[in-house]
Design a protein around this ligand. Sequence first.
Ligand SMILES: [Cu+2]
Length: 271
Amino acid sequence: MSFEEQVDELERTVMSEKPFFSRPGGKIFIIWLILSVIGVLIGFYAPHHLLPAMMSSTGTDVFKTVVVFTVLAAPVAAFVYAVGIYSLIAWRHKGDQDEPPEDGPPMHGNGPMTVVWLVVSSLLVVVLLVWGLSVYMAQQVSHPNTLQIDVTGRQWLWTFKYPGTGVESRTLVLPLDRAVEFNVTSVDVTHGFWPVALGNQVDANPGEVTVIQTTPDKLGKFSVRCSQLCGLYHAFMYSSGSVVTPTQFSQWLQAQGVPPALADRTARIAR
Ligand SMILES: [Cu+2]
């Protein structure tokens, strides 16, 4: 054994006897742990400030999905940042070094590490897939007496037609706790129908009708935006929407010129 090899051997022995938290792996672990906790807290609290209060079953599912995906992604992102931050601080090129420090042992052929990253990433992907599919399937249920609304996008406004009543409106009025089906299309370019607080979003394509559904479950106002860049005044392409009681819905239909009996029938109010 040459002198250099003996020094290397000695260094390795000293390193392996150092307590875990003084070794690079231990320090990276501490940074990872701190960043993970911060990321998980952001996942739990930030959506409440970044998203509007959801007003439908779909919206609640979307909100929960944002939280779950952020919380599960936080430790993965934290690991990348932890290695990056530690490398920048501890392994940066020092001014008095002529040559870069030698590489550590190669990861290639490191069995345990390969197993860990394959198992962890597979588990994460499976959990997210199962979550996503179950939320998606829950939204594919068809409800009896669904209220149909034809949504049309044009540069640069939305119109909402209530089939069977002759009503065509610039505002979207929905009755509480009643499944609604939006038949979405466009007469010019591609727009994106996005009633934010309902948690739905779908492209409005010219010549095509795309159907999405939800059930509003909270009274109040929301805004309908366009989520596809559709031209000069895209940013101003929004309408207001509201969720009202069935009685208020019937009154609104009547105010649009619908005969009272038909308005009540559409709103499913028995006389
Ligand atoms: Cu647009």
